[in-house]
Design a protein around this ligand. Sequence first.
Ligand code: NAD
Length: 290
Amino acid sequence: MKIGFAGLGNMGAPMAVNLVNAGHEVTGFDPVGVVPEGVSAARSAQEAARDADVVITMLPNGAIAQSVANKILPAMTHGAVLLDCSTIDVASARAIDQLAQDHGVGFLDAPVSGGVGGAVSGTLTFMVGGTDQALEIAGPLFDVMGQKSVHCGPAGNGQAAKICNNMILGITMIGTCEAFALADKLGLDRQAMFDVVSTSSGYSWTMNAYCPAPGIGPQSPADNNYKPGFSAELMLKDLRLSQQAAGDVDADTPMGAAATALYQTFVEQEDGAGQDFSAMLPRFEKRNRT
Ligand code: NAD
């Protein structure tokens, strides 16, 4: 397939490389100018998009995704598909879908989970919103860049699935970390705590697969001095998106709101910036009840 790619950052660059390695012809653009080997460099996003069967965007936020979509949609072939894999707000995804329809272009929002490691190894999970027709064209690319894709419904539903998942993730990580900190103060050995919780009703992905306690459970960023992994800043970004969406549809999300406030304090006022989101555990360790 002829593929245009805009946004060749930490995630986009390895995704583009996997497409090249699978035999696709990829033309990419990033204003910072880092185009990986095998990808043809374009001078603009429009140039990358021209004549492409599918244009993939992997960008920082909804405002940038909308601005890039505004530029590239007029340059795209009628019937081609714009595939936005960025994590953005639901409203922006639905606005881009409308704009794409106006230009006779298909649109899929397909945010990912799996992080930079998953992007490099081609094992991302895609949460997909959009039409069956668009999915028929762009769907095979999910098998190249990832190992699983779930069609969640119409445009915007991929983002909805992503922020609901990550709201659970943020809340659960905080719960796991505060429970470890409490266990420490109660004199409960961390390995014993893990052995019980990971096989009892408190089990979760954050305990069983991504344990925030160093040396306990499978390898995780905690074993690498909390180097991300999934950074506390990205967790905060996704939690904020969940609260923006909850506000838009008048949904009551008290735990999501509390997790957002805690990660905001951690990132903006404490030492959370640049650390993995599981570094909440050393944060709780240092603190008292008041
Ligand atoms: P990044 O900052 O490394 O990459 C974004 C890239 O977009 C940058 O290289 C930037 O120069 C480029 N860009 C900005 N404006 C542009 C424009 N107008 N045209 C073309 N390119 C432009 O970020 P990332 O870590 O690669 O994340 C990308 C997206 O994936 C984000 O939405 C993020 O939330 C999501 N995500 C990231 C991770 C992760 O672990 N890094 C995991 C899941 C989802």
